[in-house]
Design a protein around this ligand. Structure first.
Ligand code: FMN
Ligand code: SF4
Ligand code: SF4
Length: 261
């Protein structure tokens, strides 16, 4: 069974494409995450866990959820990460997480996808051509990855050096606690009170009051709210203004083209 979390659509896309190629079930975990639903999942085929990368790891809330989620039946687990180009320690951490659950780690792979984080001071959002290029490159690799999983092989991955772990592992919690704040979210008058931002927030950090969202203090900067708002009504301080917002649905025309539709 393919299981995933996705805030802006990249991981969902890869997860669904892999599932359709290997002819397996594909489950979006968002409702379970939001409701802290830890009822067991059962699969007699390998688990394929798909996740974005946040600060060189899987999102911390997702790691915690996976730690507690009973995965019954098949013991084999693959990880598929989608990133902006550097998955860091995600693979080694996934491996040790699964070992602690008594599962068998079968390797991981990383798909480099379009950037989705306009809040970043360091990285600009990608333009249309670069975004399409990344989608094309990723799409072309899906068959290869699905074939390995279908054949029960091990997913090959690059070696993560000790120094990378030494740098990224302590950096992640510090960054998450210092930077992932919700204080600077604002909403403009174009908000129509549809409630989508609240529905998509994995941490239930958004409440709709009098037809407008307000943010609590638990945020992981996943960009599900800001990236998916149909009215582009959400900003994060001045940082995101005119920077471009991302969700994969904006590129549906291109994904359809890749699929030959
Ligand atoms: C808060 C945050 C942190 C991120 N950190 C990294 C990172 O450390 N390395 C990286 O390559 N990409 C990073 N990214 C980019 C995402 O991993 C990438 O765009 C991913 O495909 C998004 O998946 P989704 O559309 O399924 O949510 C980050 C994105 C966000 C929102
Ligand atoms: S998704 Fe956008 S339009 Fe809908 S409630 Fe949230 S801010 Fe308003
Ligand atoms: S409030 Fe934070 S955690 Fe919730 S959807 Fe928005 S960015 Fe993600």
């Amino acid at each position: 069974m393919v299981i995933y979390f996705s805030a802006t659509g990249n991981t969902e896309f890869i997860a669904r494409e892999i599932a359709s190629r290997i002819g397996d079930e594909c489950l979006n975990l968002i409702d379970r995450i939001k409701n802290n639903d830890l009822s067991p999942l059962l699969s007699d085929r390998p688990w394929i866990i798909c996740s974005p990368v946040y600060v060189c790891e899987m999102p911390r809330f997702f790691t915690a959820f996976l730690r507690d989620l009973p995965l019954e039946g098949c013991k084999d687990v693959y990880f598929v990460f989608t990133s902006g180009g550097y998955a860091g320690s995600s693979g080694p951490l996934g491996k040790s997480l699964m070992r602690r659950k008594g599962m068998t780690f079968r390797g991981y792979t990383e798909f480099v996808m379009p950037r989705n984080y306009p809040v970043s001071k360091k990285y600009d959002m990608l333009g249309k051509e670069q975004t399409e290029e990344r989608l094309k490159n990723a799409y072309q690799r899906i068959d290869e990855v699905a074939d390995i999983i279908r054949d029960g092989g091990k997913l090959p991955h690059r070696y993560v050096f000790f120094l990378e772990k030494v740098v990224t592992l302590p950096f992640n919690p510090v960054w998450c606690s210092k930077v992932f704040k919700a204080d600077d979210f604002t909403v403009s008058d174009s908000c129509v009170g549809c409630g989508l931002c609240a529905k998509l927030c994995p941490l239930n950090n958004i409440r709709i009051t009098d037809g407008k969202p307000s943010w609590g203090s638990t945020c992981t900067h996943c960009m599900a709210c800001l990236g998916n708002c149909p009215k582009e009504a959400i900003e994060y301080g001045e940082r995101t203004v005119n920077k471009g917002k991302y969700n994969l649905k904006r590129y549906k025309y291109y994904v359809d083209e890749l699929k030959g539709k």
